[in-house]
Structure formats: structure tokens, C-alpha cells
Design a protein around this ligand. Structure first.
Ligand SMILES: [Zn+2]
Length: 330
């Protein structure tokens, strides 16, 4: 079916929920945000329904024109049964049957997946992955979430947790990861892990340029402070940046040889820093991937960037229809 129709979606994040109404050909018909810091589902769920219905009405549409709804949530969650179990940043969201609630209150079929898969689907249907059959998306943000499209389908895996690329172990005796394993890719290249590492290593150096770029407060040291120190050629910053680029190249090279993708689409860090990230990473890739796989693959930056949260939920809805044979992607 090549007809054009609207889908609605919610992207549940640690501090806010993105609500997007998108047409199947990629036009953003409506968007809003719900603050979601330390909140209780009892107050947020009715708001999701109210705002979703308002977006549909404001776009001049009726609810029965909305073919599907998609919900993106951080892992871990019970994706099979549509239940938000207890995400790390949401201590009050314990065993919330989100799919049942949303589908009942809207009267529309509802699909559910993790936020990184949602980002992958958003780029695939509406962004840098359009028209490709084999693509990988990496969030490259505070953590490293991943999603994999192989042979034209999102890989879900036997227990629905496929695509946890951030937790491939790159260094068995390396840095401890927040997930419990040691030496994960995310422990080297996730924004939060790098910030924590700098806070530890620079704890007794209040005059260090990185600490100064964070306003002199060690607890505020983050990727932005690092980036500034790298552009000033600070030795510590450049060594850390170069180690990070090498680890990223290692991970991308592994993905190239395993999945042989046409594109690897990179989120926040890549588009926020541009060439100072992309160039050293590309230079290192030949150490980690065969000529055949790297020549077939282009590293690209996310196209949807900051707006990805509005497209994430709708992309899950579209993928639900696509997998049932009710939607043919462009
Ligand atoms: Zn890990």
C-alpha cells in the first residue's frame, strides 16, 4: 500500500516525553513535549492521551484516520507484553502496562520498542537510512544505544534485546561498565562514562583546562568541556579524544565485518562535533574492517538530529504496520 496516512507516537525519555504526529511519507504534522522528571505514571498517562488527541485534532484529523501508534521506551522493559518495568531514570514507573493503556484510550493498535531501535527506525523511514536495506544506527549520546536493520527488517532477537551494541566487550580487562560487564564499548565511548572518567582522573586538578571549561566545578565536567579542551590542543584532552576515536573505529569496524551494512548512522556526538570526530575515526577504520566491508559502508551523521524524538514513536508504529504487510516503505 503506497497511500499516505498519519501515525502517532510517544518517545518516553528520562526527563521528557516527545509526542509526534507524522505522515507515512515523513511530514511532521504536529509535535509536543511532556515534562517527565520524577513523575508518576498516574499523572503522565492521561496527559499523553490528552496531548496526542489534541495534536490529531489540531492537524484537522480524526482519530479513526490514525492507523497505528508507537511507543519508545528505554530498556529494560517487557517489550513482548508492552510493559514498562522499571527504567533506570524513572523510579516511579514500575510495571506500567503502557501498550494496553494507550491502545484502549485511543482505540488504535499500538506498537512498542526500545528507544535505540526507535531511533534506527526513525532514520530508516524518515532520515539518513531511507532506501537502504542494511543499516545500523548508534545514538552516540550519554550512552550508546544501537539498532540494526538487516535485509530490510529490524533485528529483534530471541529475547527482544538485539542491537545492544554499546555493550559489546572491547577490552576484557578494561573499564567497568554501568551494566555490570567489564570493558564495554559504552564504558569507553558513552558520554556519561567519559565524563565520569574525567571527573575521577582530574579530581585533584582544579586548574585543568577541562575543569575550567566546566566552570571550575569537577562535577560539571562533561563532553562539551572535553571538546573545548581538544580544540585548544590540551595534551590530556587530545589523548582521551584519540583513544575514544580509536574505540569508536574498533566498534564500527566490527559492525562492518559482522553485518556488512551500507550505512552506519551516527547520533549526537557525530553531528555535534563533525570533522574533529569523523576524520580520526575514518582514518582508523582500516585497522578493524576488511576492505570489502568498509568500501560498501558509509559513516553518516543522523539527519533527524534533535527532532528524532518526534519521529521515534511514529516510526515504531509504521514498522508495526510494515512487518504485518500493511505498509510498503518508500
Ligand atoms: Zn555494558
Amino acid at each position: 500500500m503506497k497511500d499516505n496516512f498519519p501515525v502517532l507516537g510517544f518517545d518516553i525519555g528520562g526527563t521528557k516525553i516527545g509526542v509526534g504526529l507524522v505522515s507515512s511519507d515523513g511530514k511532521l504534522l504536529g509535535k509536543d513535549r511532556i515534562e517527565n522528571k520524577h513523575s508518576y505514571p498516574d499523572e503522565i498517562l492521561p496527559k499523553m492521551v490528552e496531548i496526542g488527541k489534541r495534536l490529531v485534532a489540531d492537524a484537522g484529523l480524526n482519530m479513526d484516520q490514525i492507523r497505528a501508534i508507537g511507543i519508545a521506551s528505554p530498556a529494560p522493559a517487557d517489550f513482548l507484553n508492552g510493559i514498562i518495568t522499571c527504567p533506570t531514570n524513572q523510579k516511579h514507573w514500575i510495571n506500567v502496562p503502557i501498550v494496553e493503556y494507550i491502545s484502549e484510550h485511543f482505540g488504535v493498535e499500538t506498537h512498542f520498542d526500545n528507544d535505540a531501535n526507535a531511533g534506527m527506525l526513525a532514520e530508516w523511514f524518515f532520515g539518513a537510512g531511507r532506501g537502504f536495506k542494511d543499516v545500523i544506527y548508534l545514538t552516540m549520546s550519554t550512552g550508546i544505544g544501537g539498532g540494526v536493520i538487516a535485509n530490510g527488517h529490524l533485528i529483534k532477537g530471541a529475547s527482544l534485546v538485539a542491537g545492544e551494541i554499546g555493550h559489546m566487550v572491547l577490552e576484557p580487562n578494561g573499564i567497568k561498565c554501568n551494566c555490570g560487564l567489564t570493558g564495554c564499548y559504552e564504558a569507553y565511548c558513552g558520554g556519561l562514562a567519559i565524563a565520569q572518567r574525567m571527573q575521577k582522573e582530574l579530581a585533584d586538578q582544579p586548574d585543568h583546562p577541562i575543569v575550567q571549561h566546566a566552570g571550575g566545578n569537577i562535577d560539571d565536567v562533561d563532553m562539551i568541556a572535553l571538546e573545548k579542551a581538544v580544540t585548544e590542543d590540551n595534551e590530556y584532552a587530545m589523548a582521551l579524544w584519540s583513544e575514544t576515536c580509536e574505540r569508536n573505529a574498533q566498534a564500527y569496524g566490527m559492525l562492518m565485518n559482522i553485518f556488512n551494512p551500507e550505512r552506519i548512522i551516527l547520533g549526537t556526538l557525530a553531528w555535534a562535533t563533525g570533522d574533529m570526530f569523523m576524520k580520526p575515526v575514518e582514518e582508523q577504520i582500516p585497522r578493524f574492517a576488511w576492505k570489502q566491508t568498509r568500501e560498501a559502508c558509509t559513516l553518516v551523521k543522523s539527519e533527524l538530529r534533535r527532532d528524532i524524538g518526534y519521529y521515534a514513536g511514529p516510526a515504531i508504529a509504521l514498522n508495526g504496520l510494515y512487518e504485518k504487510g500493511e505498509f510498503e516503505r518508500p
